[in-house]
Design a protein around this ligand. Sequence first.
Ligand SMILES: Cc1cc2nc3c(=O)[nH]c(=O)nc-3n(C[C@H](O)[C@H](O)[C@H](O)COP(=O)(O)O)c2cc1C
Length: 326
Amino acid sequence: MCRDIWAGFLTQRRYNTDKNEKEVHGNMKMRKAAGLLLTFALVFAAAFGGMSAETQAASRIRLNRNTLTMTKGERFRLRVRNLPEGARVTWKSSNRRRATVSQNGVVRARKAGTVTIRSRVRFERDGERRMRTFTCRVRINKKSARTNSLVVYFSMPETDENTSNVDAATGASITTSGGRTMGNVQYAASVIRERTHSDIFRIRPQVAYPTRHTPLVNQASREQDQDARPAIRNRLRNLSQYDTIYVCYPIWWSDMPQIMYTFFDSYDFSGKTIIPLVVHGGSGFSGTVGRIRNLEPGATVSDDGLSIYRDNIGRSQSRIINWLNQ
Ligand SMILES: Cc1cc2nc3c(=O)[nH]c(=O)nc-3n(C[C@H](O)[C@H](O)[C@H](O)COP(=O)(O)O)c2cc1C
C-alpha cells in the first residue's frame, strides 16, 4: 500500500511539469507538505504501531535536564519524568569530587569542571525486567568574584488552605516554581538572588512554627502581643562583605513577624543599604519600612521597596525583575 501511495505522488509530479510554473510551484509546495506529513505518519506508525501500552509508557521516560550549568556550591534537583509504576531509580556521578548526587537526584556542585550524572531506571515491561540509562552533562563554573549583595528572607509556607481568618487576610501561602514547593517570600527572594547573583540567608527559627494556618496565626498574634523576640537558629556571617541587603518578609498582623525584630536586634547594618520586599494579603508594607529605619538608624533604608500581593506571587517574576532593573 505504501508503494502505491508514493507511486501516485510521482505520477502527479511528472504531470505537473506541463503546467504553468507558478501553479506547479504552489502544487509542489502542497504535495511536499503532504509528503512530509505522510512520512511522519509512517515513521510514527512504524515506531509505535506494534507497541504495547507498557512499551509506549517506557519510551516516554526522560530526565528533566540533559545538560546543566551550575555555579560551585549550588544544588539542583534532577528528576526522572514519566516513571512507570514501581520503577526504581538510582543516581551516580562520574566524578564525586566535582559533583555529588543524592539518591533523590539532588546534584551538589563542588568543584569547577564538567561531570556526568547518570540515572538508571529499572522497571518491568511485558513481564520482563528492563533498565534504561539517562545522563545529564553538568558544567560547573567557579564562583564569580565576591558578591556585595545579600538577600535575607523569612518565609513560613502553610500546609493547609484555611482562609477563615479573613481579618488577618491570611491563607495558604505556597507557590510552586519549577517543581519546587516554596513559601511566597521564599520564591520572591529566590528571584532576587538569581537576578542579582547575591548570596542568600534564610532566617530559621530556633523553634519551628506550626505549618497549619490557625495555630500559626494564633502564635504570631501572641508573639506580637508580648513583643516577643523568637530565637534565630542560624547566624549571618561575613556581614562586612555586603553593602546592599534585600530584606524579604511576609506581613503578619499588619507588621513584620516578630522574628524580624530579633534579626534587626542581632546585627548592625550601619553604612549599608537595606531594600525591603514584602508579600502580603492586602495590607501592603503596613508601615514596616519606617520601623526598619528606626531599628537600623545607621543604614539607608530604601523607600523604593516592593510589595507583592500574595495571590499575584505566581506571576510576579517579571515585576520583580523590572523593579530590580530600575
Ligand atoms: C500569621 C499570619 C498573619 C498574617 N497577617 C496578615 C496581615 O495582617 N495582613 C496581610 O496583608 N497579610 C497577612 N498575612 C498573609 C501573609 O502576609 C501572606 O500569606 C504571605 O504570602 C506569607 O508569605 P510566606 O508564604 O512566604 O510566609 C498573614 C499571614 C500569616 C501566616
